[in-house]
Design a binder for this molecule. Structure first.
Ligand SMILES: Cc1cc2nc3c(=O)[nH]c(=O)nc-3n(C[C@H](O)[C@H](O)[C@H](O)COP(=O)(O)OP(=O)(O)OC[C@H]3O[C@@H](n4cnc5c(N)ncnc54)[C@H](O)[C@@H]3O)c2cc1C
Length: 541
């Protein structure tokens, strides 16, 4: 195998996979380095016990918290990255998220770009990832230059009932943005079977718009693209000036033998914590505090969401299978009687007895008359998200043995509590308030908040000032001429919507910039159906 390429991309998830997809038509020789392997299609994909109780698809990494206590982060190292497990709720940040927003615990900083400047890439991302939805329903949305490629996924009867009741109660429920390969008008050709195994599970039939299915597999036939799996990048080498990355050092196959690959452009997209790890592990005479870290910002400002997963148990059955079709942003921004932005409410994947197993003691204590099966049959499941603020002391560091330390304390706890109060009031309108509400600790490791790294971001933020940011506006490192970062690290703030669509949009944006820089043309693929797509995955708008 050659060791010299035009572009090396490190990580094949939302940021790296999408960037490689954007640049693949350029003809430039691209090496995609992925630490994990393909996630095997197997029955275990849809076995809640194996997925949630045994943690079958969670990495065996050990990280350490601020006190030095070891924990197992809920990281997923596969071709496609964390998107193999994600719920494919593909939302845009709201325009206010791109400006400065005051919160109870401080400031959510402004981005160096406005929403309107970023908007074209959101549209491209929605078309590339085949998103279903209905722009215009949610009053907090910004302008959208194009409608979603697919109509909103229809609500199951119980969810439609909840939506109607909320609307009657004066709320503004809207259809969720879902990245699934589903054609409701022409079911037989759909690859998605609208099962309950979307959120937190790998898709056994490859019908979820994850980065492997949408971005990576479609480019593997390109002669200029090479994917190297089981290839963990351990550090980056530079020339003596420190301005150019000259070598990407890889542990291939886990045997400790180093391989070195070279390219004109290197793009790091290993996920927010691992990107910081690679940069900090690449200290040299030119970059004594870590590569691109003259500002001491690498690894700082680690953010994820202040979230609650809740199963509300009512008298009424809930036969819904695919439940993630409804969302409410009525509390997203400050408003009458609300000084602070509180966040958003979405549906979660449907509870089932297998996944609830770990919760049995609580369930018995709180609701003795419910068996697990009964509880799951009656549950309506919600996900509450409040923004977490970037704080310099919430940071990733790496010790002398190469271990990741994550020192983190969450923010905006009182906003999260207020959102929960609003949520409880909201349940009055849907016949769920008089019954039991369970906190679903099994989802995304909520029982050990620091291990729930699903929405990690912010460790190498972009900005115009090299003293306070790691990357420039094109996500190129201020201090290195050929190094870019396109995972969620670049985000200066996280808003209160799921981060993947923003990472995807940004990767397309940076990919187009790199193509310009190299003087090559690309058909961005942003409006094209994935390579090899069936008729069902051709957009219907
Ligand atoms: C259970 C779950 C549910 C989620 N649900 C949603 C959702 O509904 N909507 C949403 O927007 N977001 C969701 N997310 C979050 C979303 O998946 C992430 O925000 C997104 O994948 C981040 O993209 P990324 O490129 O930063 O990182 P990733 O997608 O994780 O990609 C990083 C890649 O780099 C690889 N890598 C790491 N280190 C190295 C190294 N040293 N060398 C080589 N490769 C390396 C990893 O294996 C991985 O493939 C969810 C996540 C989880 C875990």
């Amino acid at each position: 195998m050659a060791d010299r390429f035009d572009i090396i991309v490190i990580g094949s998830g939302a940021g790296g996979g999408t960037l490689a997809h954007t640049l693949a038509p350029s003809g430039k020789r691209i090496l995609l380095l992925e630490r994990g392997d393909y996630l095997t299609k197997e029955l275990g994909n849809w076995n809640p016990g194996e997925v949630f109780v045994d943690g079958k698809y969670i990495s065996s990494d050990t990280w350490y918290d601020g006190d030095g206590t070891p924990f197992q982060p809920q990281s997923h190292y596969f071709v496609g990255g964390a998107t193999k497990m994600y719920g494919a709720a593909l939302y845009r940040l709201r325009p206010e998220d791109f400006g400065e927003l005051r919160h109870v615990d401080g400031i959510s900083p402004a981005w160096p770009l406005t929403y309107d400047e970023f908007e074209p890439w959101y549209t491209k991302a929605e078309w590339l990832y085949q998103v279903h939805g209905s722009h215009g329903e949610d009053p907090t949305e910004g302008h959208c230059s194009r409608q979603y490629p697919w109509p909103a996924v229809s609500h199951a009867p119980r969810i439609q009932q909840i939506s109607d009741s909320l609307a009657q109660g004066g709320y503004h429920p809207f259809h969720a943005a879902c990245g699934i390969l589903l054609d409701e008008a022409d079911r037989p050709e759909s690859t998605c079977i609208r099962c309950a195994w979307c959120d937190g599970y790998p898709c056994m039939v490859h019908a979820k718009s994850d980065a492997e299915v949408i971005a990576v597999r479609p480019i593997l036939d390109f002669p200029n693209v090479t994917l190297l799996r089981n290839a963990e990048v351990t550090r980056l080498q530079t020339d003596p000036s420190g301005r150019t990355v000259t070598g990407v050092v890889v542990d291939h196959g886990g045997d400790g033998m180093e391989e070195i690959y070279r390219a004109d452009i290197v793009v790091l997209a290993a996920g927010a914590a691992n990107t910081a790890k690679v940069l900090l592990s690449s200290a040299s005479d030119a970059h004594p505090a870590g590569l691109a870290n003259g500002s001491d910002q690498v690894g700082r400002n680690y953010i994820f969401h202040n979230s609650k997963a809740i199963a509300a148990l009512g008298e009424q059955d809930n036969d819904t299978v695919y439940q993630k079709t409804l969302a409410i942003n009525d509390f997203y921004l400050p408003g009458p009687g609300r000084e602070w932005p509180l966040g958003g409410i979405q549906m979660l994947g449907k509870s089932n007895a297998g996944a609830m197993k770990g919760e049995e003691p609580h369930l018995t204590k709180l609701a003795p008359r419910w068996s697990l099966d009964e509880a799951a049959h009656h549950s309506v499941d919600f996900w509450l998200t409040t923004e977490d603020l970037p704080k310099p002391d919430n940071r990733v560091t790496v010790d002398n043995d190469g271990n990741v330390h994550l020192d983190y304390h969450n923010t905006n706890e009182s906003e999260a509590a207020s959102l929960y109060e609003e949520f409880r009031k909201m349940l009055n309108h849907v016949g769920l308030a008089k019954h039991h509400v369970l906190h679903k600790n099994f989802y995304m490791g909520m029982n050990l908040p620091i291990a729930a790294v699903a929405h990690q971001a912010g460790t190498a933020r972009f900005g115009t000032d090299p003293a306070t940011s790691v990357l420039d506006i094109n996500c190129k490192a201020h201090e290195v001429d050929n190094l870019y970062v396109t995972d969620t690290s670049f985000m200066p703030s996280l808003g209160a919507v799921n981060p993947a669509l923003t990472a995807i949009a940004n990767a397309i944006r940076v990919g187009e910039h790199i193509a310009d820089r190299l003087g090559v043309s690309i058909a961005t693929g942003a409006s094209a159906a994935p390579h090899g797509a069936t008729a069902a995955t051709q957009p219907r708008r």
